[in-house]
Design a binder for this molecule. Sequence first.
Ligand code: AMP
Ligand code: GLY
Length: 409
Amino acid sequence: MVGGGAREHALAWGLSKSAEVLVTPGNAGIAAHGITCVSTSPLELDADLFVVGPEQPLVEGLADQLRRQGKVVVGPGLDGAQLEGSKAFMKEFLASAGVPTANYGVFSDEDEAAAFLSTMEPPYVIKTDGLAAGKGVLVTHDINEARDDLRAKLSGAAFGDAGTTVIIEEGLDGEECSLLVLCDGTRALPLVPAQDFKRVGDGDQGANTGGMGAYAPMTAMTADQVELVMEHIVAPTLDELSRRGIDFRGVLYAGVMLTSKGPKLLEYNVRFGDPETEALVPLYGEELFEMLLETGEGRLTKTPVVTKDFAVTVVLASYGYPQDPRFGDVIEGLGADGQLANPVEGVSVFHAGTARDPHGRFVTAGGRVLALTGVGASIREARERAYQAAALVTFEGRVMRHDIALAAV
Ligand code: AMP
Ligand code: GLY
């Protein structure tokens, strides 16, 4: 398992039900949970299966390097990773594949961008072309804020090189869904739909973040709608990948807006979502390893698994997140294994950004600190368990949303 956040903690924990797991680099909470973490480069490790968590190493070509060594990998090569690495590439790809998505323009020149912006209707949507850890998107009704954002991105002041090309696109309205699809190069297997809460504040107020919580399955997304997304979004994408000779083995994460005109693709990610994965993994149990092995080996035989439980994940973030997170605050309520000192039934703690201080206490060490997942027989039960856990884990200035999955209850 490559990576060191809560997503990798969840995946490593899930895989460890049926396999011996090694995480590089991992983090303090994963190690405390009894999963071996090493700082060795993945290129110097041997394993039957490599699962790459974050986008950055994929965009840098890690999966290609591993495959050249004959390794089995979940994660696309450089070519497929461009679907996430460059939004301009993704939009051009979607157009040639015929995938429904928001109308858009791509700009590097401020005057041209401003002129295009003035032809758009609110809400205005401005995205960095390159990777920005989920924070490169502005959605606003305020034209002046949109103009300021354009300037900040294109000048390089806001996101460096990642922002010197921007996408301006049509604002879409509807419920959002994260549909994570395992792809083995030719076949595709959707996981149950999940919903992510991207804004930092309750009621979807405030800045975009990497994700403040999630739940799955998303009940508002019916089996028929999943079918529609598979047919109109995923299938043409697989066709286009194959036309371009791209052997995509990994997770194709479709960020979908369920508009009144049908599902439209907001974005592709080329890896497991974070925090969606912290909600999804506990629902799949021992199936996970085989599903991922089949994905990497290009021989997916599984049919969609119907999960009987629900999972709700609540993220605890550092004081100041997302703009200016503070590190080093002592976390109360965790035992030596990094799990709840006073366990709550059905709850797992996944560590995103934690470290141990010289006294061995867990302290905050990242923007997102912990992901608490409650599993239950209903969304209500899962949600109650997650928030019961959240009441037990505290640190100075903790940032948390109180309405994760509330509307779905
Ligand atoms: P992205 O990184 O493209 O998924 O964008 C991050 C978030 O911004 C999405 O999850 C949406 O909430 C919002 N967003 C992105 N594109 C649009 C759009 N065209 N219309 C409305 N909201 C959007
Ligand atoms: N939860 C959003 C993402 O993983 O990109």
